[in-house]
Design a protein. Structure first.
Length: 179
């Protein structure tokens, strides 16, 4: 699989739950984030399926942006890529999918579950261990403050570790943090 990153355009991966429904308030936040990314010239990369991934993809496509979905060949027939993708890049397995999503210029997360948390944790650890050049890791929405407070309280982390992910309460704030 060809990496999603491009020398000609900035690429942002957005992580989020496939379970988010269109009537959920977080769907509108994800859609707005996709729109703002596209308007700012970013290529948007998601996991390619429904929920938050579709919301971000939809916002980006409606704003004229290019959207790449990194799906999984193993899920063919079980899950369908969302209709808002301009390009689908199937990964062989979950690890190849994660690698493709992490070879981008910025990482953002909207409402999500365990899968989203895993993606954030790997991105965070890559930054923490200097395995990648510095890039933004932005968690969009106030619920992420509670997640980070739990990490600070319950895990062995220091101030430098906690400074790596940034929380943005709004999509507009997220855009300011990745600029």
């Amino acid at each position: 699989m060809v990496p999603v990153s491009s020398a000609s355009a900035r690429v942002a991966s957005v992580f989020g739950s496939a379970r988010l429904r269109e009537e959920d308030p977080e769907y509108a936040i994800a859609r707005r984030l996709g729109s703002l990314l596209a308007e700012a010239g970013w290529t948007v990369c998601t996991g390619g399926y429904d929920g938050a991934m579709a919301a971000v993809s939809r916002g980006a496509r409606e704003a004229g942006g290019h959207v790449v979905g990194v799906t999984m060949a193993a899920w063919d027939g079980r899950l369908v890529p969302n209709a808002w993708l301009a390009e689908v890049r199937p990964a062989e397995d979950l690890f190849a999918r994660l690698r493709a999503l992490l070879v981008t210029d910025a990482w953002l997360a909207v409402a999500g579950g365990v899968g989203t948390l895993a993606e954030i944790a790997v991105a965070w650890n890559l930054l923490q261990m200097d395995h990648v050049p510095p890039r933004p890791l932005v968690l969009v929405g106030p619920r992420w403050r509670a997640v980070l407070a739990t990490v600070e309280r319950e895990l062995v982390v220091g101030p430098h570790d906690l400074a790596l992910p940034r929380v943005a309460d709004t999509p507009e704030h997220a855009m300011a943090l990745i600029s």
